[in-house]
Design a binder for this molecule. Sequence first.
Ligand code: NAD
Length: 438
Amino acid sequence: MRIAVIGGGYVGLVSGACFAEIGHHVTVVESAKEKLDVLINGGVPIYEPGLEGLVHSNVSAGRLQFCANISEGIKDASVIFIAVGTPTRKEDGRANTEYVFNAVRDIAQNVKQSVVLVTKSTVPLGTGDAIGKIIQEINPDVTIDVVSNPEFLREGCAIEDFIKPDRVVVGLQSQNAREKMEQLYEPITKNGYPLLIVSVKSAELIKYSSNAFLAMKVAFINEIANLCESSGAVIDDISKGMGLDHRIGRNFLQAGPGYGGSCFPKDTLALINIAADHDCKATLVEATVKSNDERKAQMIDRVLYACGGSVKGKKIALLGLTFKEGTDDMRDSPSIPLAESLIKHGAIVKAYDPEGMDVARTILPSEICYTNNVSTALHDADVAVVVTEWKEFCGLRPEDFASIMARKVIVDLRNIYDKEEFFAAGFSYYPVGSVPVE
Ligand code: NAD
């Protein structure tokens, strides 16, 4: 099938490349010139494992191309995906849908053939209806079926998630849309991955409910981690003991510095507003947001404690800046409030992240010094703080730190090391969710 994907970001580019990989002809429309230039010149503007190779092979095979404007991109498409951003609207926490509606208007003004128009962006309940009305006003003569097909991929393993999804959720209301969407996903669903067909509204809400539920799991385990620290219980044992129960499951039960990224923070806030719009309470989601905000803000206290109450003039090495490993995404990362507080408290901060530093430079305090590798970040440091669980950090041993740091102090916000091993090597070690050793 010929499809167009509007937006060449994390979701648009991964979906576009994966749809091409399973045999469709895909045009990705990207309006940001700097990103489009990279794509047209054979590069990939984001870091996502495996994506560069997938893009190259599908461009070479003639199934994937890029362009700047919607009218050109949608010319021969029978299915058009909208995969533009829906960031938090600063003033009220709602999802900002202006990029979605701009794209819809542009599509409606330019489309000449019947198409299925699919929102892959995460959009509030009722957006599908609003899109239908806009199309009706602008271009009543062309048949456009509005479909919701929310995306569940995780950055860091996005390709695998797309090709082997737990489920594909499709919200639709016409037989034509159903046939097109079934045909589109057939190369995936024939391998046994389920396609769940529901109403447009239900599909829109499945996405928000899933993200809010996972965010709630993370906030929950972080609260239990605090209880462990105060009581002497061990959070990793609690996570294991809970996770072995199939009703609970193991995923998203790892204690850490709080959730971040481009989805959980914005989708929880948006869901609170969506519920309010429908005169419903979202008490659990509100508590999740509050709990996570507090969690992120508290991470500085752990570094202060490890430094005996003050970080003024102390050299702090931040290992990792992205909100999780495997991505260059810095959006709402827990490293942001931590780095800002460290600078405010007078610390001298060196930071290293394998993929996130280019973006970090544009959003973190300018006082931070970035290094090209872990060793340079650790050199002469008083404290090393593990913020992101990059594999590169997981493999380090006590001697890798001891030989270059000024003092043997580690604050591990991801519990990636063996506490006893580091203690035996003379370190003071401050994990999350169990008592420190010093
Ligand atoms: P992103 O910011 O990385 O990408 C969006 C892209 O759309 C940008 O490159 C932007 O320049 C482009 N764009 C905006 N308006 C355009 C237009 N009119 N024409 C062409 N291009 C346009 O965002 P993302 O992370 O890919 O997220 C996209 C959507 O998918 C959001 O709604 C998000 O909530 C959802 N989502 C994201 C993830 C994730 O892990 N990133 C996962 C699931 C769902």
